[in-house]
Design a protein around this ligand. Structure first.
Ligand code: FES
Length: 145
């Protein structure tokens, strides 16, 4: 039978060693979790029900989830439904609709898009990707073109 007695110094060294390892682990693990990005969680969907008929009056819009990215459904002042990605082509901010000016606005750097998704002004380098809109029964369905 193993019957070694620890000295007080050995016991303290053991406790300090275990505490140090626990402290190092509690610092290293969260740091690595922060630095290493999670595995890709892209949800690739091709269509989604964005709204119900009558939900959007003319000259209004709604941002909705299209997979794991935002998209925007616009009912133009003329009553035409249009949908675009809501991810700005400049630095990926989420765009919104300006009822006063009737255009799509990116507030991050004052980028403006017309209701065809084309850049009117500001730094965005490309137009917004447009999606197809179909009305089926009471559902407004947005799909990739
Ligand atoms: S991110 Fe939209 S204008 Fe810069």
């Amino acid at each position: 039978m193993y019957n070694k007695k620890f000295t007080r110094r050995e016991l303290l060294n053991y406790i300090i060693g275990v505490s140090g390892a626990a402290l190092a682990g509690s610092i290293i693990f969260p740091t690595l979790k922060y630095i290493i990005p999670p595995k890709g969680t892209d949800v690739d969907i091709s269509k989604v029900t964005a709204a119900k008929v009558g939900e959007l009056p003319p000259n209004s819009a709604k941002v909705f989830r299209f997979g794991n990215k935002p998209a925007i459904l616009v009912n133009t002042p003329q009553g035409v439904l249009k949908a675009f990605t809501a991810v700005c082509t400049h630095l990926n901010c989420t765009v919104q609709y300006s009822q006063e000016a009737s255009y799509i606005l990116c507030a991050c750097h004052n980028g403006h898009f017309d209701l065809n998704g084309k850049v009117i002004s500001g730094p965005p380098p490309k137009p917004l990707e447009e999606y197809k809109v179909n009305v089926t029964g009471q559902d407004i369905i947005v799909s990739k073109v």
